[in-house]
Ligand binder design. Structure first.
Ligand code: 293
Ligand code: CA
Length: 160
């Protein structure tokens, strides 16, 4: 058991109050910085941040760009995340590669970290593996997905 003298308790109480204030102030700064950095090329949804640098690249080069930035290629896992990516690409009027692909096992789309995809938003008739060589996924401006060759140039959108 630890016994505090009354004066010591009062000192700790005011220290906790000061720390709580610092934490509140810090939260305001963090939110402000996040909003500033997301304007106008990013979106925040459920703790995930999606952002483009406005440049384009093949699947491999887009993947490398995102990974060098400390993130990974956009990999929306639900309708809200998909809508966030869709808003970014609509603003830039350019389709984007997503991280998911079936490079390893034809017909089974997996996340970059492995594991079969759960959420999907395929366009009608997709995926069709046209020409037998569509292992990547592009998101159209309307948010729908199309399997596509990995060597086109698409808007680079990363998630963090
Ligand atoms: C075929 C049929 C089209 C479709 C296209 C894409 C290519 O050309 O209707 O839009 O494939 O799936 O990735
Ligand atoms: Ca296709």
């Amino acid at each position: 058991t630890v016994l505090f003298r009354c004066s010591e308790f009062q000192r700790l109480e005011s220290e906790v109050a000061a720390l709580r204030k610092q934490l509140d102030d810090l939260a305001v700064v963090v939110t402000k910085n996040r909003d500033a950095h997301l304007f106008p090329n990013g979106r925040s949804v459920g703790g995930k941040l999606f952002k483009t640098d406005g440049s384009q690249g093949s699947f491999e080069s887009s993947k490398a760009t995102c990974s060098q930035a400390g993130g990974q290629l956009a990999s929306p896992k639900n309708a809200s995340e998909n809508a966030a990516v869709q808003q970014i690409i609509a603003r830039h009027n350019k389709a984007a590669y997503l991280g998911m692909n079936d490079i390893q096992s034809e017909g089974t789309f997996a996340y970059l970290c492995g594991g079969e995809i759960g959420y999907t938003n395929w366009a009608d008739e997709e995926p069709n593996n046209a020409g037998g060589k569509e292992d990547c996924i592009e998101m159209y401006l309307d948010g729908k997905w199309n399997d596509r060759s990995c060597t086109e140039r698409r808007l680079i959108v990363c998630e963090f």
